[in-house]
Design a protein around this ligand. Structure first.
Ligand SMILES: Nc1ncnc2c1ncn2[C@@H]1O[C@H](COP(=O)(O)OP(=O)(O)OP(=O)(O)O)[C@@H](O)[C@H]1O
Ligand SMILES: [Mg+2]
Length: 113
């Protein structure tokens, strides 16, 4: 079973996680600059909260792995992105129905590894 790990993190953590995740065994990753808010609706610690919701810059990281690797990948992200403060990020784990490597037409796990 393939799983997608989709996470929203602080942009400053990108360089740190990419190298560590390659060490852990990921074979690919997609990253995009996004805007987002969580429970604090975009307000930072100590900031006066108004009604308007604000967006903060985040990176969205998507990694498809075999299910046996999910725990290791999540532990690595948690370890490298954890802060005691709000807004450290969030990780979602989704089932992946299938994958195709276009060049070879391989599918499933063979399309990833
Ligand atoms: N329910 C959600 N759905 C989609 N994206 C989310 C959701 N919650 C958070 N995000 C994304 O994750 C980013 C980081 O969220 P954040 O770490 O602030 O979560 P939180 O639940 O507010 O936790 P904390 O209280 O530690 O700040 C958000 O800016 C947003 O991009
Ligand atoms: Mg938050």
């Amino acid at each position: 079973m393939l799983k997608k790990i989709e996470c929203f993190l602080n942009p400053s953590r990108l360089d740190r996680i990419k190298d560590e995740l390659v060490k852990v065994g990921i074979e690919g990753m997609s990253v995009g600059e996004v805007k987002g808010f969580g429970r604090q609706r975009g307000y930072l610690e100590g900031e006066k909260i108004n009604k308007a919701v604000k967006f903060l810059p985040k990176i969205k990281v998507e990694i498809v792995v075999d299910e046996g690797m999910v725990e290791k990948v999540i532990d690595t992200i948690k370890e490298l992105c954890a802060t005691k403060t709000i807004g450290a990020g969030k990780i979602f784990i989704l089932p992946v129905e299938d994958a195709v490597r276009i060049r070879t037409a391989e599918v499933g796990k063979s399309a990833i590894y």
